[in-house]
Design a protein around this ligand. Structure first.
Ligand code: ZN
Length: 364
């Protein structure tokens, strides 16, 4: 049963609303979405909470950031947030082939892509490589590194440059073609269908992709089958309690089906018997199916100004005591944007940034 309690009236879908900040081609893509997907009702309804199986939800929004219809609910029992109407497989393919590029405003020009790739390797690929290397030891001679939803392959580049075999899987054929020009081993496939032929990856990276899959349970099940039993999964996905707290409509993306927080993502990982080695409320998680796998947390973090700042911000955040509130109450407060919640949100961001940087610098 779904009970409607929208966060406020801005979260109601209105067909006549036109988001003025979209370009003409984005508006055309939006119209295509409304005509071909919304009006033809090409959605499937989710009747069970993907995290706990409960069937009672609170509907908090029926719209997402480009004014498109999108029912978003919180589970009555476990407080997890997700979309309750999702694309079926055929609609997802149609959406990603015909609408996504234009709607999101992605660059398809070669020059734009080259610069974007270089930036992404430097800003995201290398820091992530160093962050993961802080917690686990991997061997370039033996270990295969895979990424699901790899886009242009920027996250895999540092691993390749450090001698690892890499495989990236993505549905977007343009990005796969582009990444191959960088001599990356990228494959156009659904992550559920790709066959690793007994070569089991030691690390699977899911960077901003687990929130976009149609069925998170099917994906985690598949990962359990193909991952090396001593391997690791690194997940990052924007948390609703951090990224989605204040600009909540902007955070609700048409392409995302799961709005995880640390609680919901931990719950679902434990269901698939993953041992969590590292996790934070920014939704950066490292886990392993091997229950005796230890983290290298004992490895000291070098003293830097980032480490000091992180320590300081954490102290204040803990004192503000927002963490234990229910997700619904927290989001309602977030929409009011009072000074206390804005300060809390800012401090959270600063804390996670500084903490991340302190680990990256330790492994430089
Ligand atoms: Zn639930």
């Amino acid at each position: 049963m779904i009970t409607e309690r929208l966060l406020n009236e801005k979260f109601r879908f209105r067909e006549d609303y036109i988001p003025g900040w979209l370009t003409q081609s984005q508006l055309d893509a939006r119209k295509l979405f409304l005509n071909e997907i919304h009006r033809k009702n090409k959605f499937i309804s989710v009747s069970e909470c993907p995290y706990c199986g409960n069937r009672n939800f609170i509907k908090i929004s029926e719209v997402n950031k480009r004014g498109l219809p999108s029912d978003i609910v919180i589970c009555d029992s476990c407080d997890g947030c997700f979309k309750s109407i999702v694309f079926d497989k055929e609609t997802a393919r149609y959406y990603y082939e015909r609408i996504s590029h234009t709607l999101v405003g992605k660059s398809t020009f070669e020059d734009g892509l080259m610069q974007r790739m270089r930036d992404r390797i430097r800003l995201f690929g290398y820091p992530k490589y160093k962050f993961i290397s802080h917690f686990v030891e991997l061997n370039p001679e033996e270990d295969l590194i895979a990424e699901f939803g790899c886009n242009d392959g920027a996250n895999l580049m540092p691993w390749k440059e450090n001698g690892f075999s890499v495989i990236g899987v993505d549905l977007d054929s343009n990005m796969v073609e582009f990444g191959r020009k960088w001599e990356l081993n990228l494959i156009k496939s659904d992550m559920l269908d790709y066959d690793f032929n007994d070569r089991r990856p030691k690390l699977i990276i899911l960077s901003h992709s687990l929130d976009r899959v149609t069925d998170v349970n099917a994906v985690l099940n598949r990962i359990r089958q193909i991952l090396n039993p001593d391997g690791y999964v690194f997940i990052e996905t924007p948390s609703i309690r951090t990224h989605g707290l204040i600009n909540t409509i902007q955070y609700f993306d048409v392409e995302c089906n799961y709005y995880f927080d640390l609680n919901s993502i931990s719950k679902i990982l434990k269901r698939y018997a993953f041992k969590i080695i590292y996790a934070d409320e920014y939704n950066r998680i490292l886990c392993s199916p091997n229950q005796s796998q230890k983290s290298m947390k004992s490895k000291p973090i070098s003293f830097t100004i980032d480490k000091f700042r992180a320590f300081l911000f954490k102290k204040i955040i803990d004192r503000m005591n927002f963490q234990n509130r229910s997700l619904y109450d927290l989001l309602v407060d977030g929409q009011r944007r009072d000074i206390k919640i804005r300060v809390f949100n800012k401090l959270q961001r600063l804390y996670f940034q500084n903490f991340y940087n302190s680990i990256v610098k330790t492994n430089e």
